[in-house]
Design a protein around this ligand. Structure first.
Ligand code: ADE
Ligand code: ZN
Length: 339
């Protein structure tokens, strides 16, 4: 890619990255062997080998097809050291691509449901965060995502456990989000969770407008009072001009993930990614990798794939990277250091 060196050197921030989505097939097979976990190869031949799994990752039909693999693979994560190894590998990779600050998601319910304690997951991630900052100077924050395919009551109790355990007050967790299957679970279902987070002074983001319509994004703003929207491309794909104008006016950050959108067939090619519309409308956004072990690229590959298709200028890229720094939830002093 022309500008590859420039894009690599740009100081970047990542805001949409699922730590469980960084589980590369190599590490998955290694952890499964260590932990005596049998991947369901008798039900799905894709689990037979690293090569067949990687091949299957090339052909996701949609979000739910991907999520099936994502939840099975993460069942190989058991002890704190597993979570530490997972997160540290991502932080090292991100730092190598000049990510200076990353706000990363994890899915506690996907682990507590199978008997792994919340404290175990978080302890492993915290060790990785401390080591990565010491080793690479990267700063990181954890965003706890609740799962939309589980009942509201379970999201509420996981949230209450974290809140009452002091995980937000002591800075271990920076915010809440929601992820997993989108279409059957529209934002109004989660009003009580987002009200409780707002009442506790906790920051709030939510996946919306990935597979679901632009109206889910409007609901995320109106009903959930979300301060950030993860994905959000449907505002542009659906041509919802009122919503686009509102996003620009209110400065809401969209955490966009172009390679993810292609791999999950939300768009059929990079040409359909609404980058020009996002820029022209003056909507704040960042470019992110989502689940890089599944979608064929980390943040730099996302920047480069956009550049191959859209051929932006150096100034436009500088504006995008700067907007990502400014849209971060880190302290102003940290933003100033990165800029
Ligand atoms: N969980 C992990 N990646 C996700 C995505 N792109 N959308 C919804 N849930 C997810
Ligand atoms: Zn995501």
């Amino acid at each position: 890619t022309p500008l590859h060196g420039f894009l690599a050197a740009l100081p970047k921030c990542e805001h949409h990255l699922h730590l469980e989505g960084t589980l590369e097939p190599e590490l998955l097979f290694q952890l499964a062997a260590k932990n005596n976990i049998t991947l369901p190869a008798s039900k799905d031949a894709a689990f037979a080998s690293i090569a067949s799994l990687k091949d299957r990752y090339q052909r996701f039909q949609n979000l739910d097809d991907f999520l099936g693999y994502y939840y099975i693979a993460m069942s190989a994560l058991l002890d704190a050291g597993d979570f530490e190894a997972l997160a540290y590998a991502y932080f090292a990779k991100a730092a190598s691509q000049n990510v200076r600050h990353a706000e990363v998601f994890f899915d506690p319910q996907a682990h507590t449901e199978r008997g792994v304690a919340f404290a175990t997951v978080v302890a492993g991630f915290k060790r990785a965060q401390a080591r990565a900052t010491a080793d690479f100077g990267i700063t990181t924050e954890l965003i706890m995502c609740l799962l939309k395919h589980l009942p509201l009551a379970e999201a509420m109790s996981t949230f209450a456990q974290a809140r009452d355990g002091g995980y937000f007050k002591d800075g271990t967790l920076a915010a809440i989000g929601m992820d997993s299957s989108e279409l059957p679970f529209p934002p109004p279902m989660w009003r009580d969770l987002y009200d409780a987070a707002a009442a506790a002074g906790i920051r709030r983001t939510v996946h919306a407008g990935e597979e679901g319509p632009a109206s889910y994004m409007t609901q995320a703003l109106d009903i959930l009072n979300a301060q950030r929207i993860d994905h959000g491309i449907r505002a542009f794909l659906d041509g919802d001009e009122a919503l686009v104008a509102r996003l620009a006016r209110e400065g809401t950050l969209l955490t966009a993930c172009p390679l993810s959108n292609i791999k999950l067939q939300c768009i059929s090619s990079m040409k359909e990614f609404p980058l020009r519309k996002m820029l022209d409308a003056g909507v704040r956004f960042s470019i992110n990798s989502d689940d890089p072990a599944y979608f064929g690229g980390y943040i730099l590959e996302n920047y480069c794939a956009l550049q191959e298709t859209f051929g932006l200028s150096v100034r436009e890229w500088e504006g995008i990277a700067k907007g990502a720094v400014q849209g971060s939830w880190c302290a102003d002093e940290r933003k100033a250091e990165i800029l």
